[in-house]
Structures are given as C-alpha cells and as structure tokens.
Design a protein around this ligand. Structure first.
Ligand SMILES: Nc1ncnc2c1ncn2[C@@H]1O[C@H](COP(=O)(O)OP(=O)(O)O)[C@@H](O)[C@H]1O
Ligand SMILES: [Mg+2]
Length: 396
C-alpha cells in the first residue's frame, strides 16, 4: 500500500485526485494540504510514499526541494496546468512524473505501479513476524515491542508494522502517544474480509518514525469480537490479520498479553521469532521455565525461534546472567539493563525512547537487538526443536 499526500491548491483538482487515490486499490490518502509551507511540515511527519504537487502553488519548487532534502527518495509528481518552463524546472528538480488534470484511473495506476516500493511489494516474500511474549505481566513486553519496532524501522529504512494483539489490556498506543486511537483491530474484524484497503484504514502511521500501528481494542470486553464468543463469524481473525500484514511489511512486530488462548497460540505459531521476555526475579523466572517447557517441548519450537530476553537486568541483583541461563537450561539471547530513567520517563511522556533521545543503556540494548534481528536469516517452521538441559531447573 502506498500513502499518497496531495498538495493541491485548486479544490476541483483536489477532489478529482482524491477520487483517483480512492479508486486505486494499492493507494490510500496519507494527507492533504492546500498550502505549501504547511504541507512541508506535515510531509516530514507523515512520510508518505508519494506526493502529488500542484504547479499552481507559488512555492511548489521550494516544497519539491524541501521534500528532496528531508524526504530522501520520496517520489514527487506534479499536477495542474503546466507551462513548458515549469515542466523543465520540475525535471531539473527530479520530479517523478506528471499527473495531468483529468487523468483517468488507468493513467494514475500506471504511474503508481512504476514506483519502486510497489514493485517490491509485488515480489515480496511474506514478512517476518517477531512477537514479544511472557506468561507474566510487567516484564517489559510492550516497552520492548514498541521500541524495537521504532528501531527496526529506523535501521532498515522500511516501514515496520506494529500490531498490539494484547487484546484485553493492550497499551502500546499509550507508549506511542496515540491516546485512544479512532480505529483498532476491532473495526478491522468488523469490515469482513481483511483486504489491503481495510488494513490500510485500520493502521495508523506514526510520526517521527517508520512504524504503522494497529491498535488493540479500546476496552477489554471488545476483545471477544476478535477472539471468542463475540465474533460475528467463527474465523481466526488474528491469523488473517497477520497474513495480511506479512504481505505488506517485511517485518511485523507483535505485542501480546499473558495467556495461552487462541490469539496468542496463533501469534506464537506464526512468529519467526518469539522474544520470551523475563526479568531477574524468581516469580518471572519460574513462569519463564514453564513457558520454555511449553514452547520447546510442547510446541516443538526451535532455539532459533525462541529467544530469551532478560530485561531489567542489574549487576547489583543477586543473580547473574550465567546463573539465569543455567537455571533455565537455556541461553539468554539478549540482555536489556534496568533503566527506569529511560523506560518510565519515556512512557510517562507517551513517546518511545528509541529515536528521540540520546543514547542510554536501554536504547543501546534495544538497538543491538534490532541490528541482530534485521541481520537474522530465520529459517521457516519445521526446524528441529530445541533441547534443554534437563538437569538444570531450579526455577521450577
Ligand atoms: N529495562 C527496563 N528498565 C526499567 N523499567 C522498565 C524496563 N522495561 C520496562 N520497564 C517498565 O516496566 C513496566 C512494565 O513494562 P511493560 O512494557 O508494560 O510490561 P508488560 O508489557 O510485560 O506488561 C513499565 O513501567 C515499564 O516502563
Ligand atoms: Mg504489555
């Protein structure tokens, strides 16, 4: 899906272009402005996949320069009544193409389908799913999912999907500063088939990072409309949503709640990487030991798939990483330090700590994780299941 931003002065032309965007199944309207200066600010925040710029705007050239400077390779098309001089100037500025007023759907489609991002999506293999999981709350699943998605988007320069599938108590929106999002996974399930268009309408594009966000239901009782009795049809919506997200994004990060019901089993099964999050306290570690047993021995997942994340680690605690690894009989893949100044203050400011602030111990840890995951070649299910060293289970 391509987000198209319109910067058009003429109301009639704007209406015509809006209709073209709506008619093209591969596109959605990422924003609209009639003023070049206001558009420059919005485009920097919304980071659309393409901009259509009206040559009737006095500042169109300056805006095109601004997009080139700040938007990297964002393709810009021009529209409106064009003089030869303007078209020459547009070519000099690296304009991608011309959408003539009165262009029909076929011409618009042809222009859009030339865009590299679109060509990629046609050839793309299903995206990889990374989920955060724990059978205990408060270990940092949501904090990690949100910040990992931001870091992966920044590092890969690709839009990353973040799906909050903690259906009863999802709170990723709060960490992203989204308050109460107008649409969530509930509306997506109500639309019938999970089409690209329905997905596009349910996702919110975050500003300041490359994350498209699918919010959890706004209240716990609505979870039943996605999983359980309240469903309008007996479908596995979570599976359908993940499949749709994987068609569109190279990476899909999923936050989950603490349970073993159908929605989580679906996420776990579909995930290429399960980040099993734990903390260095006996309550969390006991839950983690039980979870490892279920994931590895019960479901037969591989060591490549299940990665143990030790969050809130501190050298001052009476347990070392080595002890934890031995106690669980499983290697710790990632260690994130206890860093409340970063985690809690970012949460209280409704803003992910990745990307915005300077480097902190916690952001450095998440950065390392993102680098490692992006560099990972994950084999698809069917890989050998992991074996644990059975002698070491003091956390049971
Ligand atoms: N590495 C960390 N250091 C300090 N506090 C953390 C860290 N990770 C998470 N937290 C804090 O722990 C609390 C629980 O985190 P949260 O992500 O909501 O956990 P979960 O999703 O597993 O319930 C939050 O207050 C969060 O800010
Ligand atoms: Mg959570």
């Amino acid at each position: 899906m391509l987000g198209v931003f319109l910067v058009v002065a003429d109301a009639q032309l704007a209406e015509q272009l809006r209709a073209l965007v709506a008619a093209e199944a591969e596109c959605y309207l990422a924003g609209e402005e009639a003023d070049a200066a206001a558009a420059a600010v919005q485009i920097r925040q919304a980071r659309p996949d393409a901009v259509v710029l009206d040559l009737a705007l006095p500042d169109w050239g300056r805006l095109a320069e601004d997009i080139r400077r700040h938007g990297g390779d964002t393709p810009v098309f021009v529209t409106g009544r064009a003089s030869t001089g303007q078209l020459r100037e547009a070519m000099r500025l690296g304009i991608k193409g011309f959408v003539p007023p009165g262009a029909d759907a076929a011409l618009f489609r042809a222009l859009v389908r030339e865009l590299p991002e679109h060509r990629e999506s046609e050839e793309r293999v299903p995206g990889r799913v990374v989920c955060t999981f724990s059978s205990k709350g408060g270990v940092g699943k949501t904090t990690l999912a949100v910040n990992l998605a931001v870091a992966m988007g920044d590092l890969s320069s690709q839009w990353v999907a973040l799906a909050d599938l903690d259906l009863e108590h999802g709170n990723a929106a709060t960490l992203l500063g989204r308050g109460r999002p107008p649409v969530s996974v509930v509306e997506l399930c109500r639309t019938g088939a999970i089409t690209e268009t329905a997905l596009g309408a349910a996702l919110g594009r975050m500003s300041g990072c490359r994350v498209d966000f699918l919010a959890a239901p706004p209240s716990p009782e609505l979870a039943a409309q996605v999983e359980g009795e309240g469903r309008s049809e007996p479908r596995n919506y979570v599976a359908e949503i993940l499949e749709a997200l994987q068609r569109r994004y190279a990476w899909v990060v999923v936050d989950t709640g603490c349970h073993w019901r159908e929605s989580n089993l679906t996420v776990l099964e579909r995930a290429d990487i399960v980040l099993l999050v734990t903390t260095p306290d006996i309550l969390a570690l006991r839950n983690t030991a039980a979870s490892l047993e279920k994931l590895l021995e019960g479901f037969g997942y591989s060591q490549e798939k299940v990665r143990l994340v030790l969050n809130r680690h501190a050298a001052s605690l009476a347990v070392s990483i080595d002890n934890i690894s031995r106690g669980l009989g499983y290697p710790v893949s990632f260690v994130l330090p206890s860093d409340a100044v970063t985690a809690v203050s970012a949460a209280n400011q409704h803003s992910p700590f990745m990307g915005h602030r300077g480097r902190t111990p916690l952001s450095a840890g998440v950065q390392t994780m993102a680098e490692s995951l992006l560099g990972t070649r994950v084999s698809r299910p069917g890989t050998e299941s992991a074996t644990r060293r059975r002698w070491a289970l003091p956390f049971r």
